[in-house]
Design a protein around this ligand. Structure first.
Ligand SMILES: [Ca+2]
Ligand SMILES: [Ca+2]
Length: 231
């Protein structure tokens, strides 16, 4: 068989003797041809990794021990062993913004599914904003914080953070670190890390503490007033 490469169908290629059955028997089963089709466009899809030579492969093929990029850049040892990085993007201040994580050398986002206050607390702790009184607000699709790149993390009902973890890597999730096609970038999560008692739960706790202190002080004042009048 001989093709120019421009044919639209394999039948348009030239065959030495298309009808000769005898020639076909010269090929055994071990001589079957195989092909791998690769996309080499410069623009890759959101879920794809851009190989150093311009090729696009699925991000889930990064650091899996197989050379999916012709140049082997998907198995780069320094990128594969790089520690997890985190940042807040497009926020009004450094403590706010879309949660972005760098995994295997690629920046991506976090899906809002099952992402709540506990998960946000871990994010804030990783960013150095964590303390006993830190408050994390979560924006689940209420504001447009659409990012780009792979959706690296999606929590499930059974796999979440307890809130006390030092890193998102310590939270258990079966879907952690696999690009999730069920989440779109419209679901990218954003947080605000604040210091102090300014969320509802902590506010009510602190106000009840203040009320108790006032009651104690009120009785003290009354006692000293009575003591002063009597003397
Ligand atoms: Ca690979
Ligand atoms: Ca969602």
């Amino acid at each position: 068989m001989e093709c120019d490469g421009e044919e639209r169908h394999i039948s348009e290629c030239r065959f030495g003797d298309h009808e000769a059955h005898a020639d076909r028997h010269l090929c055994s089963g071990t001589e079957k041809a195989g092909v791998i089709c690769r996309k080499t466009s410069r623009a890759c899809e959101e879920f794809q990794y851009h190989c150093a030579d311009g090729e696009c492969i699925h991000v889930n093929n990064l650091c899996d021990g197989l050379h999916n990029c012709r140049d082997g850049s998907d198995e780069d040892a320094s990128a594969c062993s790089a520690p997890l990085q985190i940042r807040l993007a497009d926020g009004e201040d450094p403590r706010s913004g879309r949660v972005e994580v760098r995994h295997k050398g690629v920046w991506g986002t976090v899906c809002d599914d099952h992402f709540g206050r506990e998960e946000a607390r871990v994010v804030c702790r990783m960013l150095g904003y964590g303390s006993a009184t830190s408050v994390a607000r979560v924006y689940n699709g209420t504001t447009d914080y659409r990012g780009s790149g792979p959706v690296w993390i999606r929590f499930t009902a059974g796999d979440r953070c307890s809130g006390s973890e030092d890193s998102l890597e310590d939270c258990v999730s079966s879907d952690l670190w696999q690009h999730d096609h069920y989440c779109s970038h419209a679901e990218d999560v954003a947080v605000t890390c604040a210091l102090g008692y300014d969320d509802e739960e902590d506010e009510s706790e602190s106000s009840s503490v203040n009320q108790t202190l006032w009651r104690v002080n009120k009785y003290r004042i009354m006692f000293f007033l009575q003591l002063w009048i009597c003397t």
